[in-house]
Design a protein around this ligand. Structure first.
Ligand code: B1M
Length: 206
């Protein structure tokens, strides 16, 4: 059943994804398995086909839409509602970058830990991250990037935070980012998936 969800994602069949995700939940599959082995696996496969030029932007977009529909259903099952609100996180995808599926997953997991999330969306410049952190007295700025060409925007955020002597931690993530890059630009934390991002954020504000 979960394998079928992955295939439906690749075909961009949003309605069928919704139906099957609901059925998988009813059948007792854990939400994290449906997410990782169904939705994310399907999106990974599309990524490979995209790279090999077997599919193009329109196909990737319909797959992304199907993925988002599936995530919407899983959202309440992925969140751990026991936590009280403890702090505020500014979240966004960096300037020049329109990828938001990973960022949206990070948001779900952060909220699931009881953190307030100010979601700035996509294509967010460094100034905006920092301004919003000041306005909301946030403890953490979370930057997502999916393109090697937009990763340098994260350094701009780190530099601006330092320049303004802000007491805010910068966490970075996204497929092309890694711990070495985090060290190189002087960001405070790198996490490689949405769950770890929420755990680290929770520990920071705790
Ligand atoms: Co784009 N795209 N894309 N794309 N796209 C990639 C990223 C690419 C790797 C595909 C490929 O060639 N194999 C490639 C980047 C190459 C590179 O830079 N090295 C690429 C390209 C080239 C492009 C365009 C330039 C294509 C073009 O127009 N010629 C263009 C750029 C547009 C722009 O941003 N300016 C483009 C466009 C698009 C679409 C609009 C069609 C669509 C985005 C739709 C949307 O997001 N609403 C799209 C998609 C869907 C992808 C792939 C196929 C899937 C990305 C995704 O959503 N993955 C992607 C290939 C791939 O990654 N396999 C690809 C699922 C998501 C859950 O994973 O975002 O990695 P991810 O998030 C993970 C972790 O990284 C982490 O948590 C999540 C898991 O729990 N994470 C964080 C993410 N952010 C975090 C922040 C954190 C912590 C963890 O803390 C702050």
């Amino acid at each position: 059943m979960i394998e079928e969800i992955s295939e439906l994602i690749q075909k961009g069949q949003a309605k069928k994804v919704v139906k099957l995700v609901n059925e998988a939940l009813e059948a007792g599959f854990p939400a994290t398995d449906i997410l990782n082995q169904g939705l994310l696996k399907g999106m990974d496969a599309i990524g490979v086909k995209f790279k090999n030029e077997e599919v193009f932007v329109p196909e990737v977009l319909v797959a992304a839409r199907a993925m988002n529909k599936g995530i919407e259903i899983l959202k309440p099952y992925l969140q751990d509602t026991e936590h009280q609100s403890k702090g505020t996180v500014i979240l966004g995808t960096v300037k020049g970058d329109l990828h938001d599926i990973g960022k949206n997953l990070v948001k779900i997991m952060l909220e699931g830990k009881g953190l307030e999330v100010v979601d700035l969306g996509v294509d967010v410049d460094a100034q905006k991250f920092v301004e919003e952190a000041k306005i909301h007295q946030a403890q953490i700025i979370c930057c997502s990037a999916l393109l090697t060409t937009t990763m340098p925007e994260m350094k701009k955020v780190v530099d601006l935070v330092a320049q303004e002597h802000l007491n805010v931690k910068v966490m970075i993530g996204g497929a092309p980012v890694n711990q070495d890059y985090c060290n190189e630009i002087g960001a405070d934390y790198y996490t490689d998936d949405a769950t770890s991002a929420s755990e680290v954020a929770y520990a920071i504000v705790g």
